[in-house]
Design a protein around this ligand. Structure first.
Ligand code: FES
Length: 261
């Protein structure tokens, strides 16, 4: 008989609002499923995309990030940054073919115990409908697992971090010439940066243990060879990939050990 799927849901809740909301739900005896495991953080803005991706790698079926409503953050702008970070993480998840709906962001205040319980009921139902994570259990989908590792490394890239942390200022206040940058323009730059970093991290992942040629990498990653070559040049410049040997006039590349995190 098939066992009933009980999702593992992780909740990163900010100390000042959502965690207090969860507390109120408990004290008020509002019922919600026991699938949620809570991690208390000081502010939703502290939840890094790499942490969310690591939790998905570890087999979480769903992740909830809970923070204060806009204007109520104890640290004033933490929740604005949380929104940008969750948006970036969702873009990455979508790009690698992992259901972005498994990640949810909610603003729940300390007085919204009932809303907290309702959110958990609804999210648990949604995750049950989507089904178990493709990387959980005894036979994880290796391709998606690799892609999640690549995504986790991609979000550590300085350029992506800078873009996400500056996004708010550029849209709300403008650049050094006081020109406000349209959100669509930022999204285009962000999408391009995500694609580049994901490609590069996927290449590093493929050549961790095995030296490969540009053509072999292009086939495995389903990328045009000229694009792979461009990435290899950049990765060699950054000291993350090296020439391992030349086989029949074909250069084979290998990741530099320090470059693999
Ligand atoms: S303190 Fe709650 S979101 Fe910042």
């Amino acid at each position: 008989m098939a066992t009933k799927f009980e999702p593992k849901i992780l909740g990163f809740l900010c100390n000042w609002c959502s965690y207090a909301g969860a507390d109120l739900a408990g004290v008020s005896r509002y019922q919600y499923p026991a699938n949620l495991r809570i991690v208390r953080v000081m502010c939703s803005g502290r939840v890094e995309p790499s942490l969310i991706l690591e939790m998905f790698i570890q087999g979480a079926d769903g992740i909830l990030v809970g923070g204060c409503h806009f204007g109520d953050c104890h640290y004033q702008t933490g929740n604005y940054f949380a929104e940008k970070r969750v948006k970036l993480t969702k873009k990455l998840l979508k790009r690698i073919g992992f259901e972005e709906e498994r990640l949810r962001l909610e603003w729940i205040s300390a007085s919204e115990g009932e809303r907290f319980a309702e959110t958990i009921r609804e999210f648990t139902k949604q995750i049950k409908e989507i089904g178990p994570s493709p990387v959980s259990g005894t036979t994880p989908n290796v391709d998606i697992l690799k892609a999640l590792f690549a995504a986790k490394n991609a979000v550590k890239d300085f350029r992506l971090k800078l873009l996400v942390s500056r996004e708010l200022d550029l849209v709300m206040e403008g650049n050094v010439y006081n020109e406000k940058v349209p959100q669509e323009e930022i999204d285009t730059v962000l999408d391009a940066a995500i694609n580049y970093e994901l490609d590069r991290c996927s290449i590093i992942f493929e050549v961790r243990d095995e030296a490969l040629s540009v053509d072999e990498l292009a086939q495995r990653l389903e990328l045009p060879p000229n694009r792979v070559l461009q990435h290899i040049v950049t990765l060699r410049d950054r000291g993350l990939v090296m020439l391992d040997r030349i086989d029949n006039d074909t250069p084979l590349y290998l990741a530099v050990e320090e470059g693999i995190k």
